[in-house]
Structure formats: C-alpha cells, structure tokens
Design a protein around this ligand. Structure first.
Ligand code: GDP
Ligand code: ZN
Length: 458
C-alpha cells in the first residue's frame, strides 16, 4: 500500500527531557534530510542506526536542535514503512519546532492512532493486536499491561486462527460431499460437523469465561465506599491510596472533567468512584437518599461498607445493607482498637455470604486482609494465573457471543437433519464473525472509529 508521509510527536507532551518526533512513509527519510545536518545525509545512513547531528531551519539557516536521529527502512519497522525518529532533548517548544519543520517540508500531521493504523493496514498487526496497543497505553497496573501485551503479541489472534481453521476444514469437507455425491457419507459429514462445532463452542465459551476478569483488568473495579459519618471512610480511602500507588486520571466528561483515582490492589486496578464526594461531604447516608448517589451505587462493581466496631448498629447501618443488596459487598468493621459495642453476630447475619473484614485503620491493621478479600472476590485468589488469554474488549465479546449463537444454530440444524449446504451457511458465518475480531472484513468506518481512540503520536 502507498500512503503519504505522516509526522507527530510520539512522546507524552510536556513530560520527560527527551521528545521524539516520528515520521513514517515513503518520503520520511527525504523529508528528514531537509532538516538534518550531520556527518552524512540520512539517505546514506544504513538502516536501523542512530546518528548524531543538528536540526536546522533552512529558511533562517538557524540551528534549532541537537538531535539523535534513528533511521529505519521498510519493511522491518513499526509501520512497515520507512520511519525516522528525531530525538530532541529540548523541551516542548523545540520538539514542536522540529515537528513544524517536518510539516513544512511535506509531512502531514498524523491523526491519533495513525501510526498503529498503518501497521494494521500494512499487515504487520491485526485489529485485535492494534486494540491491544490502545489498552497498553491505558493500562493501569502491570497485570492489566500483561493482558494487553499478550493481545499485542497476537495470542488471541492465534487462538482465533485455530478456530477458524477448524471451521474451514468442515466447510471443505462439506464441499467435497456436495461436489461428489457418489462419495457421499452424509452421516459421516454430520458427525464431523458436529464434533468441530462443539469444539468451537467450547473454545468460545472458554474465551468468554475470561471476559469478566479481562474487563476488570482493563477498566478497573469501580468501587464505592459507604458508611455512616465518622466510621472511617476517608481513612480507608487514604490507606488504600497510600499503601498503593494512586493513579489519578482525567476523564473527559461532557460537562466537566471528573477526576478518577485508581489504586493498584494486588495487580487489580480499583477505580475509586466519587472520592471527591467522600472527601467533601461526610454525610454519606444523607447523600444515598439522593437519586444520583443511588445511580452511582448501582453502577459500582464493588461496595465497601464500613461500620464502627465501637458503636451499636444503627437503623442507618441496616438501611445501607438494604441499599446494596445483591451487589458485591465487602463489610468492613473498623476501629477494632476501641471498646466493642457492635453486635458482630448481627453484622454477620446482615452480611450474609459477603466477606467480612475487621480493621483498625488508625493502626494500619486489616488492610492487607481487605485487599486479599477483594482479590478473592474477583479472581478467586488466583491473581497470578497469568497464562490466560483474556478477552476484555467489548467489541470482541459481542462478536464472540454472535459467533457462538451462530454455530449453536448449526449444531441444532445438524440434529434436525437439515440439508448440509444450509448448515454450511451458519458455519461460514461463524468463520466470518471470528474474523471480524482480527479485522478481516470489517468496515472502514469502524476502523477509523477504533483508531481515533488513540492518543497522538501512536
Ligand atoms: P468518615 O467520616 O467515615 O470518613 O471517617 P474518617 O475516616 O474521617 O474517620 C473519623 C475519625 O475516626 C477520625 O478521627 C479518624 O482518625 C478516626 N478513625 C479512623 N479509623 C480509626 C480506627 O481504626 N480506630 C480509631 N480509634 N479511630 C479511627
Ligand atoms: Zn471522611
């Protein structure tokens, strides 16, 4: 494929001392040569080497930057095109100047995700791998990063390829039977079809079985802390944030930006929702009466319900239990360092099968147990079972579900002795649906939409 040459700043803006301007396309080296002066022109430099030189503005004949420039010729590059990376050590201003020079000499400013899009369009990676790159950029914990890396690595792609191969073989087998009826072994064909279809269903089920955890690793567990005033909600929030590295993310909202805080609990990203609310207003019970708070509760994956060890259970406490019925709740009885007033048996009966943890946040006790309870609740404790191919992307999950339904139709049809060429339609459709995950036959508009989620320079 042939594309124009694109350029962008590919390091995070404003961060770090080094900024990289990346160019990709047929003219990448030609364009870079017009703003670079070193021992030899970049066109003479062997592929995959870094050279030292200066960036110059030909118009004013001024030295803009000292730079290390990497030259990488197609096809062994990220985009499979010629790629030049100009490493500048000046701040944002000089990186911007270098980018502007590249644009003036004929490069076009890359759209968000356009480098990765080219890697996809040039066939270096498939769509699910490209989506893994998005997840990688956004990953909140090491573990989430591993899941994304596996996807970039093509683990999901390989698995899907195996399934599609199995489907293809059955289609081929059916073709033979249609073309050579004298060779016919209808019964045999039915049996093979059924076997392969059931194999595919099992494998899809296995993948779908990882979706809940995959989504958690990808998006985090949205967590709300509730409890009466003074039970220790803020203290809990603080110890979770302090013991773990808090990651504060800006989420572009429609009306205003909401600040979300992520904490890393045993590799699971916990998204603490509405923490500003907890910090500002102390009267959570009152706020729960408000419709909005109920909405927040409903959307949460996890509720941390805090009680006071040194006080009797109150009707408000019981109302809280009621408000979070049927949700994932961990009950925390805090302030075990003071004299016991709470009826623990009553708490246990209110908590029913939900985990119960006692803490003394003042003395930093019980937080580890709480974290273990969270990990157990969502990962049955097996957080290190890292060798799983997780499916975490909503688009992939939807396609897997459709594929499963379609191949199930085929199985039902086999059982009803429907003519084989009709069954073949379902098998082929399943093959197509699985292919859409890796970008076979997906529409251009969808591709554009997917890649627009990237940040600039990727
Ligand atoms: P919130 O109103 O639920 O957010 O409760 P805070 O976290 O603001 O805590 C209320 C008070 O209880 C503060 O003075 C805390 O220092 C104190 N506190 C929190 N946890 C403990 C604990 O485990 N033991 C004792 N004795 N005091 C605690
Ligand atoms: Zn508080």
């Amino acid at each position: 494929m042939e594309f124009d040459t694109i350029a962008a700043i590919s390091t995070a803006l404003g961060e770090g001392a080094i900024g990289i301007v990346r160019l990709s396309g047929d003219d990448a080296i030609l364009i870079a040569d017009q703003l670079y002066k070193g021992k030899e022109p970049l066109s003479q430099v062997p592929s995959h080497t870094i050279v030292y030189g200066h960036i110059i503005d030909l118009a004013s004949n001024e030295r803009v930057e000292e730079a290390m420039v990497s030259v990488m010729r197609a096809p062994k590059t990220f985009t499979r095109e010629d790629v030049v990376e100009i490493n500048c050590h000046g701040g944002l201003l000089s990186v911007n100047r270098v980018l502007k020079l590249a644009l003036r000499h004929g490069a076009r400013l890359a759209e968000p995700g356009e480098f990765t899009k080219r890697a996809f369009l040039n066939g270096r990676i498939d769509l699910s791998q490209a989506e893994g790159v998005i997840d990688l950029i956004r990953a909140k914990t090491d573990r989430a990063m591993n899941v994304a890396l596996n996807q970039v690595d093509g683990r999901l792609s390989k698995k899907l390829a195996t399934l599609r191969q199995a489907l293809l073989e059955t289609v081929a087998h059916v073709e033979v039977n249609i073309d050579y009826p004298e060779y016919d072994a209808e019964v045999m064909t039915h049996r093979i079809l059924q076997e392969k279809a059931i194999f595919v269903i099992e494998e899809i089920d296995q993948l779908l079985g990882t979706a809940a955890q995959g989504k958690i690793l990808r998006e985090g567990i949205s967590t709300v802390i509730i409890g009466r005033p003074n039970v220790g909600k803020s203290s809990l929030l603080n110890s979770l944030v302090h013991e773990n590295k808090a990651i504060v993310t800006d989420v572009a909202g429609t009306t205003r930006d909401i600040i979300e805080e992520y904490v890393n609990v045993k590799g699971i990203p916990l998204r603490l929702v509405d923490t500003a609310g907890i910090r500002e207003t102390e009267d959570l019970v009152e706020r729960i009466g408000v419709e909005r708070s109920r909405e927040v509760l409903k959307k949460a994956d996890l509720i941390l319900l805090v009680l006071n060890y040194g006080e009797e259970l109150s009707p408000e406490d019981e109302a809280l239990f009621e408000a979070v019925e049927k949700m994932n709740v961990i009950v925390i009885v805090n302030k075990t360092d003071i004299e016991k007033k709470i009826d623990l048996e009553k708490v246990k009966s209110l908590a029913r099968s939900n985990p119960l943890v006692t803490t003394s946040l003042l003395h930093d006790e019980g937080v580890e147990q709480l974290e273990q309870a969270i990990a157990d609740l969502f990962f049955e404790g097996e957080i290190e079972g890292a060798d799983v191919t997780y499916v975490s992307n909503t688009r992939h999950i939807a396609l897997l579900e459709q594929a499963k339904a379609t191949i199930q139709d085929a199985v039902a049809a086999i059982e009803m002795d429907v003519p084989i060429d009709l069954i073949q339609i379902d098998v082929t459709r399943t093959w197509e649906l699985l292919g859409e995950i890796i970008g076979d036959s997906v529409q251009e508009s969808l591709i554009d939409q997917l890649f627009s989620q990237f940040c600039l320079g990727k």
